[in-house]
Design a protein around this ligand. Structure first.
Ligand code: SF4
Ligand code: F3S
Length: 120
């Protein structure tokens, strides 16, 4: 079992979730976080912390979000660990709850600076 970050994190990245994780398994990309499924101990602490309600147990993933299990698995090893909360992305509140955000997911980032795909 693992917990999974899903679509509503994209372009929001509130990062409340990272503060409570006892095993530091959140990894930061340009506009999304991923949980490393090999590190997650299923403590469930992160789920209620997310203002965007983007975190699910893999057991409770709605069918339309099941592909995010593979997305977390793919991206967590590529991105640096994040353990401290930071400012959300600038337009987080405008993007929260919107559908079709997967097309805005940025995968390549070296962890330096903030990415901006607002023109996309
Ligand atoms: Fe971390 Fe626990 Fe959330 Fe897994 S369920 S990502 S261990 S806070
Ligand atoms: Fe994303 Fe929610 Fe964490 S928006 S960064 S999963 S608090």
């Amino acid at each position: 079992m693992t917990y999974v970050v899903t679509e509503n994190c994209i372009k929001c990245k509130y990062t409340d979730c990272v503060e409570v994780c006892p095993v530091d398994c959140f990894h930061e990309g340009p506009n999304f976080l991923a949980i490393d499924p090999d590190e997650c101990i299923d403590c469930s602490l992160c789920e209620p912390e997310c203002p965007a309600e983007a975190i699910y147990s893999d057991d409770d993933l709605p069918p339309e979000l099941e592909h995010f299990l593979g997305i977390n698995e793919e991206l967590a090893p590529k991105w640096p660990v994040i353990t401290a909360q930071k400012e959300p992305l600038p337009d987080a509140d405008q993007w929260c709850g919107r559908s079709g955000k997967l097309e805005h997911l940025l995968r390549d980032w070296d962890g330096e600076g903030a990415a901006d795909d607002s023109a996309a």
